[in-house]
Write a protein that binds this ligand. Structure first.
Ligand code: ZN
Length: 116
């Protein structure tokens, strides 16, 4: 279990690093992140540039959402370690297989329930 905890802590650090390159912490919601808007100088921008900026922002927002979802899973798994409920399937309550946790230490279901 210690090695899973270590893996989760490492992944959390990594995700926060990635997130800070595409987004910023939402100052109003603790633990929430938002994509940083593309810096567009409206006075200078021609329509093509604005479109490119919007596209770039949308790409970054999609990446940001993905990273944030994963960060939530990882943070949640760490909270379950603290609570002593880590490694239990959320569907059947049985222990999650160790090799499954090795592949995804934030897993919340056993192999039998991983797709449900
Ligand atoms: Zn299960």
């Amino acid at each position: 279990m210690e090695n899973h905890k270590q893996a989760l802590i490492e992944e959390k650090k990594h995700l926060e690093g990635e997130l800070s390159s595409v987004g910023r912490r939402n100052p109003e919601v603790p633990g929430d992140w938002e994509a940083t808007p593309a810096p567009i100088d409206i006075m200078m921008a021609d329509p093509n540039e604005v479109a490119g900026g919007v596209e770039e922002f949308e790409g970054r927002a999609a990446v940001e959402v993905e990273l944030e979802n994963r960060l939530l899973e990882v943070t949640d798994a760490l909270a379950r370690i603290e609570a002593g409920t880590y490694g239990m399937c959320s569907v059947c309550g049985n222990p999650i297989e160790d090799d499954r946790l090795g592949a995804n230490p934030a897993a919340i279901t056993c192999k039998a329930h991983m797709n449900g």
